[in-house]
Ligand binder design. Structure first.
Ligand SMILES: Nc1nc2c(ncn2[C@@H]2O[C@H](COP(=O)(O)OP(=O)(O)OP(=O)(O)O)[C@@H](O)[C@H]2O)c(=O)[nH]1
Ligand SMILES: [Mg+2]
Length: 462
C-alpha cells in the first residue's frame, strides 16, 4: 500500500487560513495524534486544538475535515487541516506530520493518486493544473470544461468508432480468406476519413486554445529615448519602468503581464538599441536582440518628432519577416509627423532598401494615452481566431494537440494503405497506433515514465 503524503495545499506566506493536506492510510492516525481525538466522522468538519505530540504543547486551533476512502479527491483517506495562516505554524504542523510517518508529497502527487485510483482521467487531472495556473477568466473557463470531462466526452465516440473499424478489420483477418470485398473496403475508408476529419477538427482548436492559455510575448524595441518604457508603463497602468530623458535609461529588460480581451500578454520592455561602448548597456542591447527573436510579435517604436535614422531602418529591417507593428510614439507633440507622412518619408528615403508599406503603423502617445486601444487591438489581431466549430471547447495543451495530430496521421496513412490494397494486418498497425495516441490523452495508454513527466509540472499540494 502507498505511503501517506503531506503538503501545504495553500500558498506559502501569511494568510487568514492555511491548509495542510494528508492522503494515505496513516492520515487518520496522524490527525489523531495532532488532535488527541480518535474518531473523525467522514465529510464533517470539527474544531480541534492542535498539539505537538512530542511536547503536548497546544500550537493552534484548527478545523479538521476527514474524507474517507474511496470518496475523496485521491481515493484514499484524506485529512485537511485548516490552520491559521502563519508560515511558521504551518511548517510546524507539516513537521509533526512528517515525524508521525508521513512524507512530503511530490509535485502533483495528490492528483497522480487520484488518477491511479480511477477518480479522474489524465486529461481531467491536467485540467486541474491548468485551472490553478490560469491567468485569465477565459483560460480558467476552458480548464474547468476539461476538468469536468468535456474533452473526454468529445473523444469517446471517436475512439468507439475507430475501435469498431478495427474490429471489422480484425475479424476479416480471422475469417475472410481473400481480400475484403470492394464495397466493404470503400465503406471502411469512408469511415476512417470521417474519424481523421473529426480528430483534425478538435486539433485545429489548439491555435485559439494556446493563445488563451499561454498568451503572447510582446517585445517593445527601438532606439533609446523613443518612449518604450513610457508606453510600457502606460499599457500596464503603473509606473513600473524607470523613465527619464536620458538615452540608455533602461539597461535590463522588464516583463509584466496584462490582458487584452481574453488573451494574456507578456510585455517586455527592452534596452534601447544602439551601438555602445558601455559594458552594462551593451549586454542589455544584446538581450534586447534575443528578446526580439523569441517574441510572438515585436513592436518597433519610432519617435514621431525625430527623423528616421539608419538605426531605426536597421531595426525595422530585422523584423521584416516576423509579426511586427510599427509604433509612432510622441504623437501628442506639436512637431510630430503623422502615419501618412512617415510612410511618404520612407518611400522617399528608403525605397530601394526595403519598404514598410505592408507594415502596420499605429500612432501613440504614451503621455496622453492616445492610440493605446488601437495598439492593443492590433497586437492581438493577427492571432485571434473566430472559428467556433467545437462549441467553444478548445484544446489548450501541446501534448494533447501533438497526440491528436499523430493519431490523424496514422489514420490517413492507413487509408493510403487500404487504397494500395495492402493486407489488413499492415493497415491495422496504424489504426492501433491511432487508438493508442487517443488513449494517451486521457491516460488509458500512458506509460509510467510519461506520467512522472507530466505530473512533475504540477504544484506541490495538488
Ligand atoms: N511628449 C511625450 N513625451 C514622451 C512620450 N513618451 C515618452 N516621452 C518622453 O521621452 C523620454 C524618454 O522616455 P523613455 O520611456 O524613458 O524612453 P525609452 O525608449 O524607454 O528609452 P531607453 O530606456 O533609454 O531606451 C522621457 O522624457 C519621456 O517622458 C510621449 O508619448 N509624448
Ligand atoms: Mg526605457
Amino acid at each position: 500500500m502507498s505511503d501517506t503524503i503531506v503538503a501545504l495545499a495553500t500558498p506559502t506566506g501569511r494568510s487568514g487560513i492555511g491548509v495542510v493536506r494528508l492522503s494515505g492510510e496513516a492520515a487518520v492516525k496522524i490527525a489523531a495524534s495532532l488532535t488527541r481525538n480518535k474518531e473523525f466522522s467522514p465529510r464533517h468538519s470539527h474544531l480541534f486544538s492542535l498539539s505537538d505530540p512530542a511536547t503536548n504543547e497546544v500550537i493552534d486551533e484548527a478545523i479538521v475535515t476527514y474524507f474517507k476512502a474511496p470518496n475523496s479527491f485521491t481515493g484514499e483517506d484524506v485529512i485537511e487541516i485548516s490552520c491559521h495562516g502563519s508560515p511558521v505554524l504551518l511548517r510546524q504542523v507539516i513537521d509533526i506530520c512528517l515525524a508521525q510517518g508521513a512524507r512530503m508529497a511530490e509535485p502533483g502527487e495528490f492528483s497522480l493518486r487520484a488518477l491511479a485510483n480511477g477518480r479522474m482521467n489524465l486529461a481531467e487531472a491536467e485540467a486541474i493544473r491548468d485551472l490553478i495556473d490560469s491567468q485569465t477568466v477565459a483560460s480558467a473557463r476552458q480548464a474547468v470544461r476539461q476538468m469536468r470531462g468535456e474533452f473526454s466526452h468529445q473523444l469517446q465516440p471517436i475512439k468507439d468508432e475507430l475501435l469498431d473499424v478495427i474490429v471489422v478489420l480484425e475479424s476479416a483477418l480471422e475469417f475472410v480468406e481473400d481480400d475484403l470485398p470492394k464495397t466493404q473496403s470503400e465503406n471502411i475508408k469512408l469511415r476512417l476519413a470521417e474519424i481523421a476529419n473529426d480528430v483534425n477538427k478538435i486539433a485545429a482548436t489548439f491555435k485559439a486554445g494556446k493563445l488563451i492559455r499561454d498568451g503572447l510575448r510582446v517585445a517593445l524595441v527601438g532606439r533609446p529615448n523613443v518612449g518604450k518604457s513610457s508606453l510600457f508603463n502606460a499599457l500596464l497602468g503603473s509606473d513600473r519602468a524607470i523613465v527619464t530623458d536620458i538615452a540608455g535609461t533602461t539597461r535590463d529588460q522588464i516583463h509584466e503581464r496584462f490582458t487584452v480581451g481574453d488573451i494574456p500578454i507578456s510585455l517586455i520592455d527592452t534596452a534601447g538599441l544602439r551601438d555602445t561602448t558601455d559594458t552594462v548597456e551593451s549586454i542589455g542591447v544584446e538581450r534586447s536582440r534575443r528578446t526580439m527573436a523569441d517574441a510572438d510579435i515585436v513592436l518597433v517604436m519610432l519617435d514621431a518628432t525625430d527623423d528616421v535614422t539608419s538605426e531605426d531602418q536597421e531595426i525595422i529591417q530585422s523584423v521584416r519577416d516576423v509579426p511586427h507593428l510599427i509604433v509612432l510614439n510622441k504623437s501628442d507633440k506639436p512637431d510630430a509627423i503623422s502615419v501618412a507622412e512617415l510612410r511618404t518619408n520612407f518611400e522617399r528615403n528608403a525605397a530601394d532598401l526595403f519598404d514598410i508599406q505592408t507594415s502596420k503603423i499605429i500612432a501613440t502617445s504614451a503621455k496622453t494615452g492616445s492610440g493605446l486601444d488601437d495598439l492593443q487591438q492590433a497586437i492581438i489581431e493577427p492571432f485571434a481566431q473566430h472559428d467556433n466549430s467545437s462549441n467553444g471547447f478548445l484544446v489548450t495543451d501541446a501534448r494533447h494537440h501533438d497526440l491528436l495530430l499523430r493519431s490523424a496521421d496514422e489514420i490517413r496513412h492507413s487509408i493510403d494503405l487500404l487504397e494500395q490494397h495492402q493486407s489488413e494486418e499492415i493497415v491495422l498497425i496504424g489504426l492501433h497506433n491511432a487508438l493508442r495516441y487517443l488513449g494517451q490523452i486521457t491516460g488509458e495508454t500512458t506509460t509510467e515514465d510519461m506520467l512522472t513527466r507530466i505530473f512533475s509540472t504540477f504544484c506541490i499540494g495538488k
